[in-house]
Design a protein around this ligand. Structure first.
Ligand SMILES: Nc1ncnc2c1ncn2[C@@H]1O[C@H](COP(=O)(O)OP(=O)(O)OP(=O)(O)O)[C@@H](O)[C@H]1O
Ligand SMILES: [Mg+2]
Length: 397
């Protein structure tokens, strides 16, 4: 792979998924290949076995290297979510040296103050989003309101070191759901102002809230499609991969089959007795999906009330991720949030990659592309490029 190739590693509860891409001369992103491996040692953002997780990541990367028919790259980015992240809002206030005049140094001091207000020494900030900047106290003070995403230093350092020992030097670790939301936001039709981006995967629901078009809050919740799979395993006495198959099969069927006495052949290799009534599957899957949507709503509603109530109505929920693609999830989320709900996916990618399961990877790789574009070019560095680079370093966006 040449120097401009980027690897995006999306560490999910179910799978580690890797996208390899390259910036095209016209600035667009071309995908060279994908790779995936079952995740071991990581669940809903909690790393239980860092060596096993490193092995899963290496396996997925080896797959993409084979698929893209290339060797490793200098530009590797890794996305995390769930409990490994802390998401907080904070205010930083400073006294202005000169009344009514806000200097770049004042702005930097205010952002530093906001960071100090939430970060303890065990955490490192990954992203800081400015929500509001205002001059207060009759022009004598300056205040910034930020949303900050940070991660435990031990996790960041442990992963960086172990991956380096396995031949993968990370250029950055990001919050997968956050960079995905920021990428998809630019592609939404109609440019909504007040909306929620929601990536529901196997174990986590990453929710990112926008008010007045600005990212103002987020949460990574421990709810996902695994809950439905577990119920199916119990209810039908099947193993995990069989339950996954049945769940996907059900997702393709029309709810009109309900109350029609329809019996489905849900047999897999090695089973002959799995003839299951549609209504039985409906009861299990729909009640769990409703419960997940209700829990997500309960957790996110206070954020919506705080940030969107003052700015108007919640216009839409944009759903993605494996469990977000289920038609029942779309219906249940729409009902819980009382808002227009639709599925989003990386439409800019070629059809074979444009799946909601790749949205987080797409966000990570787009972040990598942006970073690469803002890097100084060998032999010269423009003043504007240098400024953008500095600003990005300060805000970590
Ligand atoms: N067609 C489908 N119908 C129903 N469920 C699906 C479908 N495709 C994937 N899923 C479910 O989506 C989940 C996997 O989604 P995804 O790959 O986004 O999760 P992940 O990134 O591994 O985990 P997480 O982000 O939650 O840590 C699984 O629960 C899987 O059963
Ligand atoms: Mg995911």
């Amino acid at each position: 792979m040449n120097k401009k190739t980027i690897l995006a590693i999306d560490v999910g509860t179910g799978m580690v998924k890797v996208l390899a891409g390259r910036m095209q001369p016209d600035g667009s992103l071309g995908i060279l290949g994908t790779g995936a491996a079952p995740t071991v040692g990581y669940d809903k953002g909690i790393i239980s076995d860092i060596n096993a997780l490193t092995h899963s990541i290496r396996q997925a990367v080896d797959c993409v290297i084979m698929a893209a028919d290339s060797q490793t790259t200098d530009n590797v980015y890794l996305g995390l979510s769930g409990a490994s992240l802390a998401m907080q809002n904070s205010i930083g206030s400073i006294a202005l040296a000169n009344q009514e005049t806000v200097t770049p140094q004042d702005i930097e001091r205010a952002y530093t103050a906001a960071s100090f207000a939430v970060i303890d020494n065990n955490y490192e900030k990954l992203h800081v989003f400015p929500v509001k900047e205002s001059v207060i106290a009759e022009g004598t003070a300056f205040e910034v309101d930020v949303h900050m995403i940070s991660a435990q230093k031990t996790i960041l350092e442990g992963l960086t070191q172990l991956l380096a020992a396995n031949g993968l030097t990370l250029k950055g670790i990001v919050a997968g759901g956050i960079v995905a939301a920021e990428t998809i936001k630019k592609e939404l039709t109609g440019h909504p102002s007040n909306f929620i981006f929601m990536d529901i995967g196997a174990g986590t629901a990453d929710c990112v809230l926008y008010a007045d078009g600005k990212l103002c809050s987020s949460a990574s919740l421990p709810f996902g499609g695994d809950y439905i799979t577990n119920d199916l395993m119990q209810g039908l006495s099947v193993n995990r991969s069989h339950a996954e198959e049945i769940k996907r099969y059900y997702s393709r069927l029309s709810p009109d089959l309900r109350n029609q006495g329809v019996v489905l052949d849900c047999n897999d290799y090695g089973t002959t007795d799995k003839h299951v009534s549609y209504d039985f599957l409906y009861d299990i899957i729909e009640s769990r999906t409703e419960e997940i949507a209700a829990l997500v709503h309960e957790a996110v509603k206070p954020l919506v009330d705080e940030h969107i109530a003052v700015n108007g109505l919640l216009e839409a929920v944009y759903l993605t991720g494996g469990a977000g693609t289920m038609p029942s999830m779309v219906t249940c989320i729409a009902k819980a949030f009382q808002a227009h709900t639709e599925i989003v996916k990386p439409m800019q990618l070629a059809d074979e990659y444009a799946s909601p399961l790749n949205t987080a990877g797409y966000g990570i790789i787009s972040y990598g592309v942006q970073n690469l574009a803002s890097e100084p070019v060998a032999g010269g560095k423009s003043a504007w490029g240098g400024f953008i680079h500095k600003a990005k370093k300060l805000l970590k966006i």
